[in-house]
Design a protein around this ligand. Sequence first.
Ligand code: ADP
Ligand code: MG
Length: 335
Amino acid sequence: MFSNTAIGIDLGTANLLIYTKNKGIVFNEPSVVAIDTHTGKVLAVGNEAKEMIGKTPHNIQSIRPLKDGVIADYEITSQMLSTMLKKVSKKLGVSLRKPNVIVCAPTGSTSVERRAIDNAIREYGAKQVHIIEEPVAAAIGAGLPVEEPVSNMVVDIGGGTSEVAIISFGGVVSAKSIRTGGDHMDSAIIQHVRKKYNVLIGERTAENVKMEIGYALVDHDPLTMEVRGRDLVTGLPKTIELNSQEIQDALRESLEAILEAIRDTLENCPPELSGDIVDHGIMLTGGGALLKGMQEWLSNEIDVPVHIAENPIECVAVGTGKSLSIIHKLQKAAK
Ligand code: ADP
Ligand code: MG
């Protein structure tokens, strides 16, 4: 049914990735759109649009249409998708018209939202659209043996949400999704800086701070970083120095929410499957898995081994693209 024109899309809240069977990941850019608010026209998508966040004049707005783990704006999401698909087909010099698309919707999304994604992709010209479960895609992309009769646990820490899922025989047995992910960590950093220094920093700066000096809750040699923001008292630009300990404190609440979701899922794991999980441990995927000290911290907190996928940000897209042959195999085996 699916020829080489099959493409996989990870419609993430932070990043949108496109995978083709022959070329692997061909697109990996932020899920951001810059819109002219007067005309409603899309001015830029992806990296170019993210560069504009917090810097644009009033008539241009940089929007993250999937911001809190759901599709906040269907119209803009579909415009973003088709602009990105066009960009990719131009870059590759091949037409991606009438592709068969396998797409991963955010797990928390409703059936209405899933239909919206389906429509957006069909509008672009896709012949067939399949929506698959995101944790299954993450597991496949991380190289877990989902076709085998062993269960696996995947923890995907994305921008808007974190998903914890137990997968067995290629399907989700139990899952938990919380609206705490990388964005929440960035906001916590903004709030901390505002409260302690009376300085307002932007979203991009906060994200950089997290990536440079952010740590999960482990002991570490302290790091510092200079950032610039606006002094809320004088209204003037100000440079301050942040250290990794205060940032770690700011991240504590988000990290504890993620840990609680993992503990809940482990505790509610069907007894027949818990042996596998204890033996094989959990696999971390998503950009949040890259936070410094994440693996060490989680290993300290839970009694099962913790692994980080090789390319945590690419797992879902790779898994989406590879899922079809695996699903077919499973369906055949079930017959
Ligand atoms: P989504 O699936 O929601 O699009 P991703 O899996 O692409 O999300 O992950 C994006 C999130 O990962 C962002 O919040 C980003 O800031 C965060 N992230 C990326 N790299 C790092 C890093 N090195 N340390 C901490 N967080 C990171
Ligand atoms: Mg994701």
